[in-house]
Design a protein around this ligand. Structure first.
Ligand SMILES: [Fe+2]
Length: 325
């Protein structure tokens, strides 16, 4: 696929662009790949519509941009033959956390509501560099995903506050957003067996663009380290307000065949909030690119506190799986 018809159409002042004129099901040439990466660096999330991808094509597309991780640290049941695919669906609670189907239904409202804004898998010491999510089954209306730009969030802070937050580090763990509301994660038993906790710089330097991003999110950031708990609460409240400012966001409406590709080092996103009462099917499939360990403005790397890095699967395994498709 060459770049001759490729167009980048920005969708908001700070975040998101739609890319047209490209078929993701066939290999990209260097110019098309560079155009997509360039748009990703500028707009942080890019969207494609009308793509016809199965699991194998989605994996093949993603591998042109980096190594893939295993589906999810807590997903022991990805689709048969595709260990890289993490399916975003209420039913996934059953396989992922061993929650019974009826219990999963009952939990959905609370869980999706309180999951809130997040960046994918930040409790790992090396959160994914990027996520690629494709829509399979989506409702006729509702279920939009909203994205924010963490670089714009940092850059729109005042200079004294930028200097202050540049020296802070924060703890990230599963269930942080729920714990703040006094609730337990429905998958606590599974999470507890292989807990992931990392300390990341509050301001991380993007390894490719050199930009600084405000790398905290309400879903997983539990506290600012080395400060008093009351200070931590107030600092996080200010930073969460900053990263979720409506002016920095874009809202994406899914159609079957839509694909979103976001830089997970420079964005946070808000999962659909409006479907819990409607009980309509919504199934999307995600792959994530292996990420590096974040680095702060002072050059210090993130620190692994509990668990293992979120790694790729062996590439020999990927080839075998692709052949089977
Ligand atoms: Fe997510």
């Amino acid at each position: 696929m060459d770049a001759s018809h490729l167009q980048v159409l920005p969708l908001s002042g700070h975040t998101g662009a739609e890319i047209t004129g490209v078929d993701l099901a066939v290999p990209l040439d260097a110019a098309a790949r560079a155009a997509i990466v360039g748009a990703l660096h500028r707009w942080k999330v890019v969207f494609f519509r009308g793509q016809h991808l199965g699991h194998a094509e989605q994996i093949a597309f993603a591998r042109q941009f980096g190594e893939l991780t295993y589906a999810h640290p807590y997903d022991a049941a990805p689709p048969d033959g595709f260990p890289e695919i993490y399916t975003v669906s209420t039913d996934n609670f059953v396989g992922q956390y061993g929650v019974e189907a009826e219990a999963a239904r009952a939990l959905r409202r609370r869980y999706s509501y309180t999951t809130n804004w997040h960046t994918d898998v930040t409790p790992a010491v090396n959160p994914p560099a990027a996520s690629i999510l494709r829509a399979d089954v989506v409702p006729a209306y509702g279920g939009d995903t909203t994205f924010t730009n963490l670089v714009a969030a940092y850059e729109s802070l005042s200079e004294p506050v930028r200097a202050f937050v540049g020296g802070l580090r924060a703890e990230h763990r599963y269930g942080a957003g729920l714990a703040r509301n006094g609730e337990a994660h429905p998958g606590e038993e599974v999470i507890g067996r292989n807990r992931l906790v990392a300390h990341h710089p509050v301001v991380r330097v993007h390894p490719e663009t050199g930009e600084r991003a405000l790398f905290v999110n309400p879903g997983f950031t539990s506290r600012i380290v080395d400060v008093h708990p009351a200070e931590s609460r107030r600092i996080l409240e200010m930073l969460f307000d900053q990263v979720t400012r409506a002016a920095l966001t874009v809202r994406f409406r899914w159609e079957p065949g839509s694909v979103a590709f976001w830089d997970n080092r420079a964005t946070a996103h808000l999962a659909a909030q409006d479907l819990d009462e409607l009980d309509v099917p919504r199934v999307l499939h995600r792959v994530t690119l292996v990420g590096e360990v974040p680095v702060g403005v002072d050059g210090r790397e993130s620190v692994l506190i509990e668990g293992e890095p979120f790694r790729s699967i062996p590439s020999v395994g990927v080839d075998v799986e692709l052949d089977r498709a």
